[in-house]
Ligand binder design. Structure first.
Ligand code: HEC
Length: 102
């Protein structure tokens, strides 16, 4: 995927966020497609851009735990609390596997 496609997908994901929880994203079980919602901020490999924390050094377990904490309001966030609400537990695990340090 080139950078323009990544950005376009990411921007689409951000634009679609308010409508996400019950729409197609709730059914989507394709790890690549799920992870594409994160690349605009965290980069294709989780190395992140600007001041956004990199996630590529975290294990899959750490990533899924943090996303659940964001979703449940147990971890301070500016945006991740809203993003995390768009995914069910199985989707969170797939995304975490995708970005988790190998
Ligand atoms: C609009 C930009 C944006 C998008 C899209 C985004 N994130 Fe984040 N992410 C952030 C920011 C900013 C933080 C820091 C916490 C906060 O302010 O919400 C963060 C924090 C995190 C953290 C915690 C990192 C740490 O060091 O504790 C994880 C894990 C994470 N994001 C995973 C994801 C995943 C997985 C996706 C896709 C489902 C995603 N993010 C989509 C901006 C984004």
């Amino acid at each position: 995927m080139n950078i323009k496609t990544s950005l376009a997908l990411g921007l689409f994901a951000v634009a679609a966020l308010p409508f996400a929880p019950t729409s197609a994203s709730a059914q989507n079980m394709n790890p690549e497609l799920l992870a594409s919602n994160c690349v605009v901020c965290h980069g294709p490999n989780g190395e992140s851009v600007g001041h956004i924390p990199a996630i590529n050094a975290l294990s899959a377990k750490e990533i899924s735990a943090r996303i659940r904490e964001f979703r449940d309001g147990k971890r301070a966030a500016t945006i991740m609390d809203k993003i995390a609400k768009g995914y069910n537990d199985a989707q969170i695990d797939l995304i975490a596997e995708h970005f988790g340090a190998k």
